[in-house]
Design a protein around this ligand. Structure first.
Ligand code: ADP
Ligand code: ASP
Ligand code: MG
Length: 439
């Protein structure tokens, strides 16, 4: 069985919903994972923020405006009167629930409940729509099987057993539809797999059922060789290894949630990236095939903090780095880049939740300098560290101030740390040096 995930844009308009119906209507049994309609999760986040900012009446206004939009979509999708009424009742039930929640006190659990509603809406509507169109479809409620553990990692054994049970207890159908993104945590509270998490839901389900393939359908024809939101002339990459895709997703290629390939790589389940608006386009195949050597793509991750830790005679002080790493570990903060010299070590983190406490402890063993608002620009490709074309990247030193370089940590990745203001310039200039032929 295949798992097909459709993102926000793919279910964000009547035309695209019809495209999705045509793509999945091929007679093969499949699981379809849906995101919320585009814009919905962002709007739900603003409702939660209004509650947090103690302006619940603003939250009510935002919810009512979104409800109106859903009524319009329902009227466009459902011409059959009873179905129209049924789906509108469901939509109204969700919005009444949301409006009730605005009178509660803010908590993370409350915010998680609010943002979960987008996927519940899209899947209910889509299931009803497929039925109206005469397709064989059934809903598999994700909250009955998707679960994360205490460490916020997917609990795969729970998911396997409960997903199987859910399928066994559901009327047999060609198309099983489920919600991306949402799950329960180890205390049975509604939680989620972080923004963009529907990709991750699809590969977790792919691993749970040992799917033949996972397909991620979105609004672009596969993984491009640079960020198309800020660089012109990018092009799709036909094949990527799991390692390459994992590096690109982790280092900011928004087309994939950072953890997307983790669940499927051990079982070699291929992941195909496809364009809902152009299903004939090849897209990108992520698999265990050994890829060609050389730089494949650039990506960038924002919101990075660099910390320089200076100690009089670092390398001669046994155990100094160990002490440094233990401090980060005790605050569950992972480190992305590291460079060292005789007297200092510089490293970067992207989660600055516990930065002040970390700095307080580091200050007891060393002198600290902190640079916030940095970006990691990452070059990815099999064997790039030894490739004959890689030298071209170093021309960037003429154009942009580079704060750190990480080279040789793995054969597939070279990372540069630049100020956030230089991110776009770095991506564009490197694109010219690496991918555009010299005239
Ligand atoms: P979905 O809602 O379908 O999950 P996303 O917006 O999360 O879609 O991801 C698709 C978007 O990712 C594209 O529209 C594109 O702007 C952006 N993107 C960023 N980097 C890349 C890249 N390297 N290749 C392709 N798309 C990228
Ligand atoms: N709807 C969620 C989000 O916007 C999950 C997803 O789209 O993958 O982040
Ligand atoms: Mg996405």
């Amino acid at each position: 069985m295949k798992v097909l995930k459709f993102g926000g844009t793919s279910v964000g308009s009547i035309e695209n919903i019809q495209n999705v119906k045509n793509i999945i209507n091929d007679g093969e049994q499949k699981i379809v994972v849906l995101s919320a309609m585009s814009g919905t999760t962002n709007t739900l986040v603003t409702i939660a923020s209004a509650i947090e900012n103690k302006t619940p009446e603003e939250g009510v206004g935002i919810a009512k405006a979104l409800q109106e939009k859903y009524h319009t979509v329902v009227d466009q999708l459902f011409n059959e009167e009873n179905l129209n009424i049924d789906v509108k009742n469901y939509v109204n039930g969700i919005f009444n629930f949301l409006i009730d929640l605005t009178s509660e006190n803010y908590s993370l659990d409350l915010a998680n409940k609010i943002v979960a509603q987008g996927e519940l809406l899209s899947t209910y509507m889509f299931n009803a729509y497929l039925k109206q169109e005469g397709l064989s479809a059934a809903l598999l409620p994700a909250l009955n099987f998707m679960r994360i553990d205490e460490a916020k990692e997917p609990n795969l054994s729970h998911i396997k057993t409960h997903l199987k049970e859910e399928i066994d207890n559901t009327e047999s159908a060609d198309i099983y539809i489920t919600q991306g993104f949402i799950c329960l945590d180890d205390n049975d509270n509604i939680s989620n797999l972080q923004r963009g998490g529907s990709d991750y839901t699809a590969t977790i389900i792919g691993a749970a059922i040992l799917a033949e393939e996972v397909q991620i359908w979105t609004d672009i024809d596969g993984m491009h060789n640079n960020d198309p939101r800020c660089v012109d002339g990018t092009s799709p990459i036909s094949n990527l290894s799991f390692d390459e895709a994992a590096e690109l997703a982790y280092f900011g290629a928004k087309i994939l949630h950072p953890q997307t390939v983790t669940p499927v790589r051990v079982d070699n389940i291929p992941v195909r990236l496809k364009n809902t608006m152009d299903p004939e386009a090849y897209g990108t195949l992520i698999s265990s095939q050994t890829p060609e050597n050389g730089i494949k793509a650039l990506a960038a991750k924002e919101g990075i903090t660099a910390i320089k830790i200076k100690s009089g005679r670092m390398l001669q002080a046994h155990g100094f780095l160990k002490k440094v790493f233990e401090i980060f570990e005790s605050y569950e903060t992972s480190i992305d880049m590291i460079t060292t010299s005789e007297v200092a070590v510089s490293l970067t983190i992207d989660d600055d939740k516990n930065l002040n406490k970390i700095l307080e402890e580091l200050n007891t063993i060393a002198t600290i300098e902190v640079d916030t608002n940095q970006s990691i620009v990452c070059l990815v490709g099999h064997g790039i560290v030894n490739h004959s074309e890689t030298f071209k990247m170093f021309q960037i030193l003429q154009d942009v101030k580079i704060r750190m370089i990480s080279y040789g940590g793995s054969n597939n990745n070279i990372s540069l740390l630049v100020h956030a203001d230089d991110k776009v310039k770095t991506l564009r200039t490197l694109h010219g040096y690496l991918f555009e032929p010299v005239a």
